[in-house]
Design a protein around this ligand. Structure first.
Ligand SMILES: O=C(O)C[C@H]1C=CC(=O)O1
Length: 91
């Protein structure tokens, strides 16, 4: 099952920089592991924003929720999920 996911990161301005850097490093390792597993198949930066547009390929909505809610940056993110169906004109 494919899902379009948009994530916007909002870390409070008064959050300690060292803690934020540690969370970002953990996020990067987690994201790269999911990409190597083939679950996080696209990861694009939205130009000019601390946001990304991603495509996930997972077995179920429950799996997607588990993956997303395990993101180290999850407490600092607004996330929008859109389920994707095959377009009839796609080849
Ligand atoms: O930077 C982001 O968009 C947030 C998050 C998503 C992947 C990652 O490494 O960090």
């Amino acid at each position: 099952m494919l899902f379009h996911v948009e994530m916007t990161v909002k870390i409070p301005h008064d959050f300690p920089v060292e803690k934020a850097d540690a969370i970002k490093a953990a996020e990067k390792a987690y994201a790269q592991d999911l990409q190597r597993q083939g679950k996080w198949v696209h990861l694009w930066r939205v130009a000019g924003r601390y946001s990304n547009v991603s495509i996930f390929d997972v077995e179920s909505v429950d799996e997607l929720h588990t993956l997303l809610s395990s993101l180290p940056l999850f407490p600092f993110m607004d996330i929008t999920v859109t389920a994707l169906a095959r377009h009839p004109s796609a080849i």
